[in-house]
Structures are given as C-alpha cells and as structure tokens.
Design a protein around this ligand. Structure first.
Ligand code: NAD
Length: 497
C-alpha cells in the first residue's frame, strides 16, 4: 500500500506545514487512508484570498500569451504524469482506472484548449454612430475567483474552471472536495511546477465550512461551483448579498434516456447501460430514468437486463470491472434508501441491488425496476447518484417529453431513434443543457459549454462557456475628430463665457 500523502495548503506560493485533521479514504478499501489533510481555518481562507488579491494586478497585466504559455508547460506535465495521476484518482475516488485515465486526458484537453485560445484573443473594433469615433469591445478579468469542486471529477472539473479563469487574468482560491483532496493537491503541485506565479493559484483543503468561508469572503469576485443543487442554492443565496459577485453553479441532475418505438436496440442498450451505470451512476449526467415506448418495453427490458447481468462492478484496478464502488458509506446508505423507496413503488423490481464484498468497501450492485411515472415518487424525481435506474414506459412522444421534463432538474438527455423528425422534436421540447441523439447522455467534450437548466445550472456554463462569466465586457470609445460630436444628436456646444 503506498504511504499516505501529507496534506498541505498552498498559499502565496508556499506549501504550508502539514496538518492531519481529516483523512481521505480509498472507497474500495475503507481501511486504507490515501492521505491526511488540514481543515483550513476561516483566517487561513482569508490569507488565501488576500494572496490571490495581491497577485492579481501583476498577473492581469501580463500578456495573455505569456499566461497561456504557463498552460503549455502544465499540459506537458499532465501528459508526463498521466498514469500516476490516474492511479491516484482511482485509489481516492474509486472510479475504474480506464475512466480515471480518460478524466486526466479530459483535463489535459482543457489545458490544451486554454493554451490554444490564448493564441486566439477576441475583441472587436466597431464603428461608432459618429463617423469620427471608433468603439472597442474588450474584456477584463473579474479579479479573485473561488473554485469549489465535487469529488466525482476531481481533476477535470477544477481544470474546466481554473483554466479559463487564469488564462483571462483572474487569480484563484481552489477548494477541492474533502473526498478527493489528494488529487486536488497533486493538480496544484503541477500548476506550481509549471511556473504559475505565487498567489495566482491558492489551495485550501477542507469540507463545506471551508467552501462557505470562501463564499462569505467579500473580496472574492466570482464563485465557480460544481456540486449538489442544495449547496449551489445556498452559495447563490449568500452571494446575492454581494454587489460585485457573480456565481456560476453547475449542479445535480435527474437525467433521462428516451428510447423510441423505432430505436435500434444495438444502440439503445449500450447507450442506456453506459448512461445508467458508468461511474456507478455517480456522474451528474448519469441517467436514472430510461423512458421506453410501451410497444418495445418488454423486449428492451429483456436485453437491458441480459447486458446488466454481464457487467461487473468491482475493484477499480481490475480491467474486467465496468464500474467501481460508491464514494463513501453515506452514499451507500443514500442509494439503499432510494432502492427501498423503489421497492415500495415499483410495478416490477427487476434487479434488486445488494451490498457486496470486499468489505469494508462501498460496493453496491445495480437496482433496476419498472414503474409508471408518478409526480409524487421521490425515487423518480430526486437525484440518487448511485447505480439505480427506473424503466418508465410511455405512450407517445408528447407523453415521453412530459415525463422527461417532470423533475426540477434539466442537465442531460439522450434520445434513441431512427427518425430525424423525432430527434428534432425531442431536441426542441426537452429541458436540458447537454443533449445527445443515438448516444448515451454522458460524455462531455471540453470545447463545448457544460451546464444545465432549472436546478441543474444557473446559466453560466463551465468549460468552453466560462469566459462570459469570468470576464466582464467593456466598451472603449476613441475620438479621431478635432471637436466633440455626441451621439443621439445631443448638443456638444459648451458656452465657455
Ligand atoms: P457537494 O455539493 O456535497 O460538494 C461539492 C463541493 O462543495 C465540495 O467541495 C464541498 O466541500 C463544498 N461545499 C459543501 N457545502 C458547502 C457550503 N455550504 N458552501 C460552500 N461549499 C460547500 O457535492 P459532491 O457530493 O461533492 O458531488 C456530487 C454532486 O455534484 C452531485 O449532485 C452531482 O450531480 C454534482 N455534479 C454536478 C456537475 C455538473 O457539472 N453539473 C458535475 C459533477 C458533479
């Protein structure tokens, strides 16, 4: 077993003394501590924000191309350490090794994207309504951003936010999830090694109270949050009290795959299985509802179950594993609670889940049940975040849309059909930020905006969409004439007597 990692905060370019207030545990073997980490005090959070504030003017004034070059070095380091990063991630968050590798590659893609966009500055020079004037439209960074992230994408999600923010000239205070502090710390070590100047990125460890200390700090100009809807809503409520504050919140989901009557089951079955069970159902975009046209429901269920029967949940390092454990005991209890609710409400409990060895670990097998849509059903309306899937029959396309949209969430969806008319109908009628046709409803790409609607997102998408949030646009107008001419026909004569 590798030695536990010494957790340290990183403030103003210095790694602070190690403290061991909480442990990060391997969810596949709870007896194994991946590392021990400090619970940052509110004072120390204040120091991190002050360090970011102090670093801001010099970083903002640096040429954008020079800022981008730091990302070039960071990309090189990530590429060099891909295997070690994936291994650490698999130990700390329990995702299977192949998925962890894919996540490191996603983080690398974000860094490459950021470096590339560094070489493609945007801005406009446009004519003013007065012939002698030119108007410029440019962007400025907002200042200090607080980046608060979840455990399930502990490498790529921080990079979705830190990448564009730092490129545009902001400085950052980053708090990784308390479930995955080791991979968060490793990421910041790579930033430091890549030569990001002291104070441009600061790391503070800890649980929700530490996140809240960042949010409560009036000197933070933007909060970039990814996590549950309850926490996102609280952050937005607190932030409403600050005038110079913008919040981008990417939150939970209750996503659906819609399988139409004409679906090709060779696409529908893998799309449904990947959507429901990849990452053990612990993606914000995981589907916990598969809506199937009633005419093909029996046939679909049979092949779906045959496939679920063949996939293995187990050791993240076993190449035969399709998915690993849940993140912690709390997640096991939550999933089993929803499975219990499903048992009370289902038409047919097709595949009952159970906890399984090795213990103590957080392994739960899939739960699959058939159920009619019901507005009062908690298991159909609330995010479970586990290997839990309802198969819901529908009568026609309108009915499928009604069911798909009948939750408070709107993050991802997929439709499986051979008809371009149906594809368009669902594309237009469903509530979502990430839509797919003849694909699973998981699988983000960094050059696309990532976000949702309703309780899933507040309209400031991450990744490629983030630039709108972490900069503000301004207009700059220059007069090339020898006198002053005002717009809208306003008189510019000044009586100097
Ligand atoms: P979480 O909301 O419990 O925690 C997320 C982060 O917020 C952690 O760093 C946590 O310490 C911090 N936090 C907790 N309370 C806080 C508070 N009061 N103030 C400030 N920060 C606080 O979420 P999680 O369990 O880590 O992740 C799973 C959730 O994240 C799921 O709901 C999932 O759908 C969502 N998620 C969404 C996306 C997306 O892009 N929409 C991506 C990944 C995960």
């Amino acid at each position: 077993m590798p030695s536990p990692i010494f957790g340290r905060n990183f403030i103003a370019g210095a790694w602070l003394p190690h403290a061991a207030d909480f442990a990060s545990l391997n969810p596949a073997k709870l007896a194994e501590a991946v590392g021990h980490f400090p619970a940052t005090s509110t004072d120390a959070v204040g120091q991190a924000v002050a360090a970011a504030r102090q670093a801001f003017p010099a970083w903002r004034r640096l040429s954008r191309i020079h800022r981008a070059e730091c990302f070039h070095r960071l990309g090189y380091l990530i590429e060099r350490h891909t295997d070690a990063l994936a291994t650490l991630m698999a130990r700390e968050c329990g995702k299977i090794l192949n998925e962890c590798r894919a996540e490191v590659v996603e983080g690398l893609h974000m860094v490459q994207y950021v470096f590339g966009t560094g070489r493609m500055p945007v801005g406009d020079v446009i004519p003013s309504e007065i012939a002698e004037k030119d108007a410029f439209v440019r962007r400025k960074p907002r200042g200090v951003v607080g980046v608060i992230t979840p455990w399930n994408f502990p490498f790529a999600v921080p990079l979705w936010m830190l990448g564009p923010s730092l490129l545009e000239g902001n400085t950052a205070v980053f708090k990784p999830s308390e479930e995955t502090p080791a991979i968060g710390q490793r990421l910041v070590e790579l930033f430091a090694e890549a030569g990001f100047p002291a104070g441009t990125i600061n790391l503070v460890h800890g649980a929700g109270t530490v996140g809240e200390a960042i949010v409560q700090n009036p000197d933070v100009n933007a909060i970039l949050f990814t996590g549950s809807s309850a926490v996102g809503q609280r952050i937005q409520q607190i932030s409403a009290g600050f005038t110079d504050r913008i919040v981008a919140a990417e939150m939970g989901g209750k996503n659906a795959v819609i399988v139409c009557e004409d679906a090709d089951l060779r696409l529908a079955i893998p799309a449904a299985v990947l959507s429901a069970f990849k990452t053990t159902g612990q993606r914000c975009v995981s589907a916990s509802r598969i809506l199937v046209h009633k005419a093909i429901a029996a046939k679909f269920i049979q092949s779906f179950i045959d496939t679920v029967h063949r996939i293995q949940f187990g050791d993240p390092f076993d190449p035969a594993s399709f998915a690993g454990p849940l993140i912690n005991r709390k997640a096991v209890e939550k999933t089993l609670m929803y499975n219990g609710l499903a048992k009370d409400e289902a038409l047919d409990m097709i595949y009952e889940s159970r906890e399984f060895a090795p213990q103590p670990g957080c392994f739960v097998s899939p739960c699959v049940y058939a159920i009619h849509d019901n507005p009062n059903s908690r298991c159909l309306k609330e995010e479970v975040f586990g290997p839990h899937v309802a198969i819901v029959p529908f009568d026609d396309d309108e009915h499928a849309v009604d069911i798909a949209n009948s939750t408070d969430y709107g993050l991802s969806m997929a439709v499986i059909t051979e008809s371009y008319r149906k594809m368009r109908f669902f594309r237009e009628e469903c509530d979502y930020g990430l839509g797919y046709a003849n694909l699973p409803c998981i699988g983000a790409e960094v050059h696309l905006p990532f976000g949702g609607v309703k309780k899933s997102g507040n309209g400031h998408p991450s990744a490629a969409g983030l630039v709108e949030t972490i900069t503000h646009k301004y207009a700059w107008t220059v007069n090339h004439g020898t006198g002053i001419v005002m717009a809208q026909g306003m008189s510019s004569s000044v009586d100097s007597n």
